[in-house]
Design a protein around this ligand. Structure first.
Ligand code: FPP
Length: 244
């Protein structure tokens, strides 16, 4: 836990929390048991990230594709934010962590929406790390929404084609509220899968990727620190040649 991290820590870390189902299966438990344990791990990693001085921690909790799972699993995943915030908001406030939700929140059940609004409101004064939870989020849909918003602004004369550049595009994405930390320096995926599954398609352009075989419910703060340490050894060139 007290591993020294002398070099710069990434400002924004994004995590694809994968492997809950396989973790549960290995223990002959229902899949939702994996999600429940997974929710507890978010708490540990939030605290660990906050202590490291990370500015934004984004966790992929529910994708626009996850609606295709069984009704039982979907409805449990919709309840989890309620359980999570009920048990964790006081600690988030103590830790000075602000909650942000990224995704199509208005398509979630009403009680989930209520819990989300309450958590956002209750932590609105916290000005430390942002815990950004991607809920009903999908990168393709995010881009489609951004294109539509841009086209509407063009049509209304609020925007000219000449104004469209990389910075303006990022203003139309769901991560615009996280600026200047909207693009993760590091993306971690657990469970051994090596793909990005429609996550932050624009924002991950220059991110470092780290994959670990650990299932999300087994992921620990110690492993998180190790991955941050490994990140610090990476040579990030952004397409340039290193000046020596
Ligand atoms: C992927 O594992 C995980 C998910 C789709 C859900 C992740 C959700 C949590 C960790 C808890 C959410 C908590 C809050 C606060 C919203 P999988 O089910 O695809 O695992 P598998 O690939 O092993 O089947």
């Amino acid at each position: 836990m007290n591993k020294e991290l002398k070099n710069e820590v990434p400002k924004h870390v994004a995590i694809i929390m994968d492997g809950n189902g396989r973790w549960a299966k290995k223990r002959h438990l229902p899949r939702i048991a994996g999600h429940k344990k997974g929710m507890e791990i978010i708490k540990n990693i939030t605290k660990a990230a906050n202590r490291l001085g990370i500015k934004v921690l984004t966790v992929y909790a529910f994708s626009t594709e996850n609606w295709q799972r069984s009704q039982e699993e979907v409805s449990y995943l919709m309840k989890l934010p309620i359980i999570f915030f009920n048990s964790f908001v006081p600690e988030l406030i103590k830790e000075n962590v602000r909650v942000n939700i990224m995704g199509y929140v208005n398509q979630l059940p009403n009680d989930t929406q209520k819990a989300i609004s309450a958590a956002i409101q209750q932590t609105s004064r916290c000005d430390g790390m942002i815990l950004n939870i991607a809920l009903n989020y999908g990168g393709h849909d995010e881009l489609v929404t951004a294109f539509k918003l841009m086209a509407t602004d063009l049509q209304k004369g609020k925007l000219t084609i000449d104004q469209i550049d990389q910075n303006l595009v990022s203003d139309y994405l769901m991560t615009h509220e996280l600026k200047p930390y909207d693009n993760p320096e590091l993306m971690i995926r657990t469970s051994g899968e090596q793909r990005i599954s429609n996550f932050l398609l624009w924002q991950l352009a220059y991110s470092e990727f780290m994959f670990t075989d650990t299932y999300w419910p087994d992921f620990t703060a110690e492993e998180f620190y190790e991955l941050i340490h490994a990140y610090q050894k990476r040579d990030r060139r952004f397409g340039k040649i290193k000046d020596e």
